[in-house]
Unconditional design. Structure first.
Length: 119
């Protein structure tokens, strides 16, 4: 089993920055990749970005490209989502999810952290 805990959310003005963390515990050696998702009020959950743990390969959605970056600290079993130039439309609950090497399913999810961007 893998447990994920997000932190770092909060209230920020448009144009500001936040760094979210996704800390993993448990069978972390089995993790292949972590994804960030977000869900705005009344909307479907959407993919934000992705990082692989061993190679550190990253990908972010076009909607946040150039503003958000994903990184990881394997020693701390933590994945980060650095969010710059935040916009009110970035408001939502941000969640991380992890998958193991043996499956393509993102089985493990954190509880989410609220990000609110004021105009």
């Amino acid at each position: 089993q893998v447990q994920l805990v997000e932190s770092g959310g909060g209230l920020v003005q448009a144009g500001g920055s936040l760094r979210l963390s996704c800390a993993a515990s448990g069978r972390t050696a089995s993790i292949y990749a972590t994804r960030w998702f977000r869900q705005a009020p009344g909307k479907e959950r959407e993919f934000v970005g992705h990082i692989t743990w061993s190679a550190g390969l990253t990908y972010v959605d076009d909607s946040v490209k150039g503003r958000f970056t994903i990184s990881r600290d394997n020693a701390k079993n933590t994945v980060y989502l650095q969010m710059n130039s935040l916009k009110p439309e970035d408001t939502g609950i941000y969640s991380c999810a992890a998958r193991e090497r043996i499956t393509t399913t993102y089985k493990y999810w954190g509880q989410g952290t609220q990000v609110t961007v004021s105009s």
